[in-house]
Design a protein around this ligand. Structure first.
Ligand code: SF4
Ligand code: SF4
Length: 142
């Protein structure tokens, strides 16, 4: 019998504890601890921002790229595919594909890039309907 009433009391106590927090934040919007994602993505005033160290989408400023292929050779899982055309200073990356569906965002390719053309961004909304759409084409026509 005592156990029966103790369980009723425990139920009431835990529901009240949860409701106390819900009511507190419901009446004090300034203390919100949630963000209306995806409409709201950052709120630096509250310290809600993507970390400067965040590693998102890898982009290539192809004008700076010297097609050395160091990034492709550094990548442990072969996410980068490069084809070059031309010779000497005329050499360009006619194909520079970055496969975001395979990338583990380790950043090794970016660290290895000698020209600084390859960069990490904070872009993290990379979902697509097809795998093919996750391949980013940075190559240029020679
Ligand atoms: S971030 Fe890592 S896994 Fe992704 S392409 Fe660069 S080296 Fe490869
Ligand atoms: S390491 Fe940098 S410069 Fe070399 S091919 Fe890759 S992106 Fe281009």
């Amino acid at each position: 019998m005592i156990k029966y009433f103790r369980e009723i009391w425990e139920t009431i106590r835990t529901v009240m504890a949860g409701m106390r927090i819900t009511i507190h934040y419901g009446l004090s919007p300034s203390e919100e601890i949630t963000m209306q994602y995806p409409e709201q993505k950052e709120d630096p005033a509250r310290g809600w921002k993507i970390s400067d160290r965040y590693r998102g989408l890898i982009v290539n400023d192809i004008e700076k790229c010297n097609v050395c292929t160091v990034c492709a050779r550094t990548c442990p899982i072969d996410c980068i595919e490069i084809e070059a055309e031309g010779k000497g200073k005329q050499k360009v990356a006619s194909k520079f594909n970055f496969d975001a569906s395979r990338c583990m965002f380790c950043g090794l390719c970016v660290e290895a890039c000698p020209t600084g053309s390859l960069k990490v961004t904070k872009e993290h909304e990379l979902s697509t309907y097809t795998r093919g759409a996750m391949i980013y084409h940075y190559g240029v026509k020679p």
